[in-house]
Write a protein that binds this ligand. Structure first.
Ligand code: GDP
Length: 290
């Protein structure tokens, strides 16, 4: 079956269906309860969990399992399909020249992600460059420069400048030999008006093909407001979830996916430049339900 590593109580409820060819209301109720428990503890938003539960219940009771499919496999397939419907496939990232801008709050992992994505593109045979416009966070320049050196990719930043828009302009010029431009932006501790103004100005100069919202896997309720603010100002075309090597499962990011009507592009799984993966629904769903 597509899902492995299911949590033990969900697996237990599913195993009780072994040998059954049809599901009754109690079976469905028990399974849905286990799924709700898993998703809520993975930080998935309550209203998303409720919508999902309703769809799973309805389908599990109304749809007959195809011939030869057990009730267990049938309900598992429904759960999987409904979750894929919510989460979607990974954001399309064409392997061609393009400009990608990263948005998010301070500490979400933008700078790290910029270098990781550059490494990823370089492994795909492209020539990426990172442009560091974060003049707000002390150390952002050095961190980005060092990571880009490690990733062996082009880098532009100016530790003495304080105008991110000018850095972006100069950075695009200075890295014109590169074909993929990844523009890192400054965050703030919270969503402040000047953050949004600044990123809008950078966006108008950079004119990215794609804006990605970078979210820490531990984000919970905060994902909604961030997604709305950034989507309303620059338009978000995909989400990056960082720090998935920790205990957080990243379910809060689904709120952002839902709010921005986008999808997940990349996952961050560590602190070094190689710790990046393209999003892939199976593994992520298994993790959410695990
Ligand atoms: P920014 O303020 O959004 O640019 O965030 P940074 O890129 O500086 O990341 C903040 C902290 O999180 C740094 O200490 C990073 O090393 C760390 N970090 C970023 N991504 C990951 C990840 O995927 N896993 C882990 N364990 N740490 C990460």
């Amino acid at each position: 079956m597509v899902l492995d590593n299911l949590g033990s109580s969900l697996r237990g409820s599913l195993d009780k269906l072994q040998g059954k060819s049809r599901l009754d209301k109690d079976d469905v109720q028990e399974i849905v309860k286990e799924i709700q428990r898993s998703l809520l503890s993975a930080d998935v938003d309550v209203s998303l969990v409720m919508d999902l539960s309703d769809s799973i219940k309805t389908r599990a009771l109304e749809e007959d399992p195809p011939a030869g499919t057990s009730a267990r496999d049938h309900v598992l397939k429904i759960v999987y399909e409904e979750l894929v419907g919510l989460i979607g496939d990974s954001t399309e990232i064409p392997l061609e020249p393009q400009t990608i801008m990263l948005a998010g709050l301070q500490g979400s992992g933008k700078t790290t992600t910029a270098a990781k994505m550059a490494w990823w593109f370089s492994k795909k045979g492209l020539r990426p460059a990172v442009i560091q416009t974060d003049t707000f966070r002390p150390g952002a320049y050095d961190q980005a420069k060092q990571m880009c050196e490690r990733a062996e990719v082009d880098f532009y930043g100016d530790p003495d400048a304080d105008d991110p828009v000018q850095i972006a302009e100069e950075g695009l010029e200075a890295t014109e030999d590169a074909d993929v431009h990844i523009v890192d932006t400054a965050g703030r501790h919270a969503l402040e008006a000047d953050l949004i103004d600044e990123i809008e100005e950078i966006e108008s100069v950079v004119q990215p093909d794609l804006n990605l919202l970078v979210l820490d896997a531990a984000i919970g309720q905060g994902a909604k407001e961030q997604a709305q603010e950034f989507d309303g100002s620059i338009g978000i075309g995909g989400v990056v979830i960082t720090k998935l090597d920790g205990t957080a499962k990243g379910g809060g990011a689904l709120t952002a996916v839902n709010e921005t009507d986008s999808s997940i592009a990349f996952l961050g799984t560590g602190e070094t430049v190689q710790d990046i993966e393209r999003f892939e629904p199976n593994g992520f769903i298994s993790r959410l339900l695990g």
